[in-house]
Design a protein around this ligand. Structure first.
Ligand code: IDP
Ligand code: MG
Length: 142
């Protein structure tokens, strides 16, 4: 079984879309192993997205991700990383496939509702960024 990290971003929580987005995630067959509500500071948001620090959108991204509460979620499923990227759609909602979470709910390329890990290796790093093993349902959820 593979794991990935989702983060419901501040636009998702402030627009009261947590339930609708989790509904889509569960309907697509993902099991939730852990979640919590978190408020990132500019420092912790900057650390999480450090890989993007040379990109022109970095400061906007850090400001946005620390502007409200976020809901990181550890998800499990076969092929979780790739399947979750398919479920959320392209970074820019205008380019995302119909039926994807970003196409349905996101307002812009920056404010795009949800994060998804881009590889199993990064998923492990990102999960450890937010969760200790004690906070996860260790044997999965049936
Ligand atoms: P991803 O979330 O689809 O993996 P990345 O390229 O990893 O996309 O970018 C991380 C996040 O940075 C995006 O989800 C989005 O919130 C923001 N971002 C990416 N490109 C832009 C841009 O061109 N303008 C504003 N924000 C952007
Ligand atoms: Mg990415």
């Amino acid at each position: 079984m593979e794991r990935t990290l989702a983060i419901l971003k501040p636009d998702c929580t402030s627009r009261n879309l947590i339930g609708k987005v989790i509904d889509k995630i569960e309907a697509a067959g993902f099991k939730i192993l852990g979640t919590k509500l978190v408020r990132l500071t500019e420092t912790t948001a900057g650390e999480f997205y450090a890989v993007h620090r040379e990109r022109p959108f970095y400061s906007e991204l850090v400001e946005f991700m620390s502007s409200g509460t976020v809901l990181p979620i550890v998800l499990e499923k076969q092929n979780a990383v790739a399947d979750f990227r398919t479920l959320i759609g392209a970074t820019d909602p205008a380019e995302a496939e119909v039926g994807t979470i970003r196409r349905e709910y996101a307002e812009s390329k920056g404010m795009n509702i949800v994060h998804g890990s881009d590889s199993p290796e990064n998923a492990a790093v990102e999960i450890a960024f937010f969760f200790s093993t004690k906070e996860l349902a260790e044997n999965g959820c049936e």
